[in-house]
Design a binder for this molecule. Structure first.
Ligand code: HEM
Length: 268
C-alpha cells in the first residue's frame, strides 16, 4: 500500500515540492514479478519509438552516465559500448521498468529537457517537452510556476552528485492503462462514474545528479491504485476528498476532473 499519509497531506490542496532523500537502487528495483511491465514497454518501444524515445546528440553524456548508474545498480545490460546513441538509450529503456528524462543546464544554469524514454506518460508527450526549460515544461499546470518555479530551479542547481531525491504526484484516471500518451484517447470524468471506474495514478519520481555530465536523471514510476482500495483506508479517503474539495477550479480542470468533482467526493 502506498504511504497515503505522506502522499496526501492533511491539508487543503496546493502544489508542493514534497521532496525527501531517496535511493536510486530502491527506485529502479524491479517490482513486477510477472514481467508484464517490461514486455509492454518493449512493445511500445518496438512499435512506435518516435513517440516514446528522444535521444539527440545533446544527451549523449547523460545516456552514458545513466548506463553506468544502471550497471552500478546491478542491472545486467547487453554490451552497448560501441553501439549508436539511440541503441544505447534503448538498452536502458528495455532494462528499467521506470520511465526517465534527462535534463542539462544551459549557459545561464537553467535546466532544460534533452531526452529520455517515456512510455507511460500521464497525459503528456516527451516529444512536446524536449528542448524546453523546466518552467515551460510545467506551463500547463495552473499556478505551479508561481508557487514552485523558483524552488524547482534552485533545487536542480544545488542537487549534489550521488544524492537521490524522491517525490510523488497523484492524479485520477478513468483508465488503468499505463500508457496515457496524449495521442491516446483520454476518458473524461462525468456524473456517471462509479468507484470501479476510477484509479489513483501515482507517479513516483526520482531526481539524481549524473556525473561527469552534470545532467539530471529524472525517473518516473507509475503505480495504479483502484479508488475502491483507498476507500478501505478511511483517513486516506478523507484526505483525498479534502484535496478534491479544496482544489482550485483551474487545477481541477487541468486534472480533467472538474465535471465530476462532487461525484468523486461522494464516492470517497
Ligand atoms: C523537483 C521538482 C519538481 C516538482 C516539485 C514538480 C511538480 C509537478 C507537479 C505538482 C505537477 C502537476 C501534476 C499533477 O498534480 O497533476 C507536475 C507536472 C509535470 N511535471 Fe513536474 N515537478 C518537478 C520536476 C519535474 C521534472 C524534472 C520534469 C522533467 C521533465 C517534470 C515534468 C513534468 C511534466 C511533463 C508534468 C505534466 C505537465 C503537463 O501536463 O504537460 N517535472 N510537476
Amino acid at each position: 500500500m502506498p504511504d497515503w499519509s505522506r502522499i496526501l497531506p492533511d491539508a487543503d490542496h496546493r502544489w508542493t515540492m514534497g521532496l525527501r532523500p531517496g535511493d536510486a537502487a530502491e527506485f529502479f528495483r524491479p517490482r513486477d514479478a510477472t514481467g508484464e511491465v517490461l514486455r509492454e514497454r518493449r512493445r511500445w518501444l518496438a512499435d512506435e519509438p518516435e513517440k516514446y524515445v528522444v535521444a539527440t546528440p545533446e544527451c549523449e553524456s547523460c545516456v552514458d552516465d545513466s548506463l553506468a548508474v544502471a550497471k552500478s545498480l546491478g542491472f545486467a545490460l547487453p554490451n552497448s559500448d560501441l553501439k549508436d546513441l539511440p541503441t544505447r538509450a534503448m538498452v536502458l529503456g528495455c532494462a528499467w521498468e521506470s520511465d526517465f528524462v534527462w535534463l542539462l543546464p544551459d549557459d545561464g544554469g537553467t535546466y532544460h529537457v534533452v531526452g529520455g524514454i517515456v512510455c507511460f506518460p500521464s497525459s503528456w508527450a516527451l516529444t512536446d517537452k524536449v528542448g524546453l526549460p523546466i518552467g515551460d515544461v510545467h506551463a500547463p499546470v495552473p499556478g505551479l510556476n508561481s508557487a514552485l518555479g523558483r524552488q524547482i530551479d534552485t533545487f536542480l542547481a544545488k542537487l549534489e552528485p550521488g544524492a537521490a531525491w524522491t517525490r510523488e504526484n497523484w492524479s485520477l484516471s478513468r483508465s488503468d492503462e499505463r500508457n496515457q500518451h496524449t495521442s491516446r484517447p483520454r476518458l473524461p470524468f462525468d456524473d456517471s462514474i462509479t468507484a470501479d471506474d476510477v484509479w489513483i495514478r501515482l507517479e513516483h519520481q526520482l531526481l539524481l545528479r549524473l556525473r561527469p555530465s552534470s545532467g539530471v536523471l529524472f525517473g518516473i514510476r507509475i503505480e495504479l491504485v483502484p479508488l475502491v482500495e483507498i476507500r478501505q483506508d478511511a483517513e486516506a479517503a478523507r484526505r483525498l476528498a479534502r484535496a478534491l474539495k479544496t482544489m482550485s477550479q483551474e487545477a481541477a480542470e487541468y486534472k480533467i476532473l472538474a465535471p465530476a468533482r462532487e461525484r468523486l467526493i461522494a464516492l470517497l
